[in-house]
Each structure stands twice: as C-alpha cells, then as structure tokens.
Design a protein around this ligand. Structure first.
Ligand code: 5GP
Length: 184
C-alpha cells in the first residue's frame, strides 16, 4: 500500500480493490465490444470523476471508438445533488447519428444522470446508453436504466479510482470508504 494511504486516518476499508476493478472493466469492455460491433460508439466521459474509469474502459473495448468529454457542476452541496446541473464543459462533437455511451463514475440519486441524459437525447444521437462504474443500491430517485454497471455498492461515501473528496484521493488505485465528515 502507498505510504500516504496508510497514514491517512480518514481512509477506511477497501470497498472494491484495484484487481477487482481491473477484472470488471475487462468484462464491461468485452460486453460493450460485443454489443457495438456493427456500430462503433462515441464514449462521453463525465469529468472529472470518470477520467480513470474511462481511460481503462476505452482500452478494454476492441473497436475503433471515438471519445469526448463533458464536465458538469451540480447545484447543491458537495455530496448531495440537487438535480439541477450546469454544463461547465460541453462536448466538441455533434451527437447526430452517433451511438453514444455516457461513462459515469457513480450513480447515487441518479438526478445528475437524468439531467444529462435528457440534455444529450435532445441532440439526436442514433442511440444512447449509460455505463457507470458504481451504482449505490436503493438510492435512485429516477426510473431509467443504467445499461452497464461495474459494481453495486452500499450507500456509503467512497473515494479513489477517479472519485474525490474536495479534489483529493482521485489517484487512489482502490475504492475506499471515506471516514471523515462529508463537506456541506
Ligand atoms: P447523483 O446525482 O446520482 O445523486 O450524484 C452523482 C454525483 O454525486 C456523482 O457523479 C459524484 O460526483 C457524486 N457522488 C455521489 N456519491 C459519491 C460518492 O460516494 N463518492 C464521491 N466521491 N462522489 C459521489
């Protein structure tokens, strides 16, 4: 384990290990490769949390895909989403006629994704699928399906593998429970 991880009292147990993530990302990549064989997709990464997952997932998909990014900011507190989302960085590509897969880090209430989904559907993609590394069980307040899910986890606050707490911990290789107070 990295020395700084062991020395940080706010980092709790591993929820999903780097090895488990790597194996699951390979599975997801194989599945997406199979599903999109005849229609190579455009992966839309939602910054910043999805950057590590997106980098690994893109390399696990054996297709000539395209990549683009968007960044959203949620009105509300740092850890509780209000559902009102502002697009901070928009896509470069036009979605018309493309097969889009939105790549997210985590779906909690689902409100962020619900907003994003509506906004992207309005741009006339040929199809729109959603892939999230994590899904918190029993938290969703929306009724659309997440097409590809890496892991279902208990509703606890996690950091690592791209997910942060106030911009820290994104470079942790495992997903861990954050034991400190979640900032308002
Ligand atoms: P939702 O709109 O689904 O309630 O919230 C989604 C967003 O909240 C995620 O994209 C992420 O930014 C943040 N979030 C929700 N749960 C967690 C968590 O356990 N850890 C971290 N780091 N962010 C979270």
């Amino acid at each position: 384990m990295e020395a700084w991880v062991g020395a940080d009292p706010l980092l709790g147990r591993i929820v999903v290990s780097a090895d488990q993530i790597a194996a699951r990302v390979e599975d997801l990549g194989r599945q997406i490769t199979k599903d999109f064989l005849d229609r190579p997709p455009l992966l839309v990464g939602v910054l910043k949390g999805a950057f590590v997952f997106l980098a690994d997932l893109a390399r696990a998909i054996d297709l000539p895909l395209e990549l683009d990014f968007m960044a959203v900011a949620s009105y509300g507190t740092a850890t509780k989403t209000s559902g009102v989302v502002r697009i901070v960085k928009d896509l470069d590509l036009d979605l018309t006629g493309r097969h889009v897969i939105v790549v997210e880090d985590i779906v909690d209430s689902g409100l962020t994704l619900s907003y994003l989904r509506k906004s992207l559907l309005a741009r006339n993609p040929e199809s729109l699928a959603i892939c999230s590394l994590l899904l918190k069980t029993g938290q969703q307040r929306t009724n659309f399906d997440v097409d590809y899910v890496g892991f279902e986890i208990e509703p606890e606050f996690v950091v690592g593998y791209g997910l942060d707490l106030a911009e820290r911990y994104r470079n942790l290789p495992d997903l861990r429970i954050y034991l400190g107070e979640e900032p308002e």
